[in-house]
Design a protein around this ligand. Sequence first.
Ligand SMILES: [Zn+2]
Ligand SMILES: [Zn+2]
Length: 142
Amino acid sequence: METKACRRCRRLFQYIGGDMYCPICKDELENLFKEVKTYIYEHKNCSIPEVIKATGCKEANIEQWVREERLILNDNTGIKFFCEKCGTQIFSGRFCAKCKAETANMLSGIYKEEKPQAAPKRFNDAKHNEMYTMEMRRGRKQ
Ligand SMILES: [Zn+2]
Ligand SMILES: [Zn+2]
């Protein structure tokens, strides 16, 4: 186990992995998260400065929670986040559904290129040849 300084309060604590926050800050952030979430749902069209003023959180906290998809916004809030790729308004995460799908397609495209379609056929042929050879061998033995 390692001793590390908390990212938030600089207190030293036994680091066991995950976020670099001490157990006290972790608890506080958890409570803050719940407070922010409740505030956003209860106050329609609230803005980030309003939430900060009411809960004492930081803008970076809100951004982090939204990008981590922990905090899911809705049409009723004045807090707006946008897709990092195309700028469409999104309610959580980093990308809109369209860009997410495009990225997934791109990744599977690369995957397909790396493994040519002829490969499975070749595999079958090899298997067939192997079976054929085995039959031949068997034939010879008999
Ligand atoms: Zn701390
Ligand atoms: Zn997008």
